[in-house]
Design a protein around this ligand. Structure first.
Ligand code: C5P
Length: 316
């Protein structure tokens, strides 16, 4: 029997400014993270031992997950347990993850699972970890994990792990097109370094975009969406440029690669417009027939960070 379920959102980057690599190999970022209504759900039940199972929505390919024992849920659980001085024998739980966020899609799906694991296991094992400690553990697990905890819309700095909520007069409506094949984030950063050997130490700031977010007007926001990794993602996956064109022809205000890709997201004027764009785009992708079974989703943001749900009802 499931004790509790924690739901964590996908993220897109409304602004992704990438600076020259630091001595530790990570890139300094100025990014605006935005959580959208596409979620992974992580459920925990009592178990004799530690066990994690994954299930996925039809368009998410489980084959790209790491080996059992080394996926990010295992790692998050071990870090949380160690932080509280628990040994492996004290860390039994039966965890199941239902993934709707594409794997290796540039939407922080793994980070969502890590954040959900921290929140769920903290409750399940009654550890009462403070928010600050959870954020610190999240930052150790990956650059996007703190944002997956916080959600909403937030400015990310450092390597992305320093997050600060920003004013957002949304909702904003998005059409989301996952790809049949994932892209490796390190590979996209490497290609970015090759394409931009002259990248400035300081990433491009997000001031104009932040002002547009406050305006609530999608027509103001659209031209300011910005992704420094897009050129590298398109270089590795030239077909994504055609997809962006197709979505904009279908009536989206703007299309861009989500984070390191290959998911492409399109900003629409409102909910009905997003559904129209999605329908038109799906028809075109089906006609082209070159992407197996295409998937086109509609989502909105900002969405809440990792949070407890019970029987589909939010619990406080
Ligand atoms: O932090 P995370 O594990 O998500 O990063 C995955 C990879 O993405 C890193 O190993 C690095 O290659 C790249 N990365 C980067 N600069 C960042 C974030 C990630 O180079 N700010």
């Amino acid at each position: 029997m499931t004790d509790l379920t924690v739901r964590a959102p996908a993220k897109i980057n409304l602004h992704l400014g990438v600076g020259a690599p630091r001595p530790d190999g990570f890139h300094p970022l100025v990014t605006v993270f935005h959580a959208i209504s596409l979620y992974d759900d992580l459920s925990v039940a009592a178990g004799e031992r530690w066990q994690v199972d994954f299930e996925t929505a039809p368009y998410v390919r489980l084959t790209e997950l790491p080996e059992p024992g080394s996926n990010i849920v295992d790692v998050a659980a071990r870090r949380l347990a160690r932080h509280h001085g628990l040994d492996d024998g004290q860390c039994a739980a039966a965890v199941s993850v239902f993934k709707s966020i594409p794997i290796a899609g540039g939407m922080a799906g793994g980070s969502a699972d890590a954040a959900a694991a921290l929140v769920a296991l903290d409750r399940h094992w009654d550890l009462q970890t403070s928010d600050d400690e959870l954020l610190a553990l999240a930052a150790e697990l990956g650059s996007d994990v703190p944002f997956s905890l916080v959600g909403g819309t937030a400015l990310g700095t450092g390597r992305g792990e320093v997050v600060e909520p920003v004013a957002d007069s949304g909702p904003w409506w998005w059409v989301v097109v996952p790809s049949a094949q994932g892209l490796s984030t390190p590979a996209v950063y490497r290609r970015h370094d090759e394409l931009r050997p002259d990248a400035p130490a300081e990433p491009a700031d997000a001031e104009r975009l932040l002002a547009a977010l406050r305006s609530g007007d999608p027509r103001e926001l659209a031209p300011l969406l910005h992704n420094d990794l897009q050129a590298a993602a398109l270089d590795l996956r030239p077909d994504l440029a055609d997809l962006i064109d197709a979505g904009e022809r279908a009536g989206a205000l703007r299309g861009l690669v989500s984070g390191s890709g290959p998911t492409v997201v399109f900003l629409a004027t409102d909910g009905p417009s997003a559904r129209r764009v999605a329908g038109t785009l799906l028809e075109e992708l089906l006609q082209n027939g070159d992407d197996g079974e295409p998937t086109v989703l509609v989502a909105n943001g900002p969405a809440a960070g990792a949070h407890l749900v019970a029987n589909g009802v939010q619990a406080d």
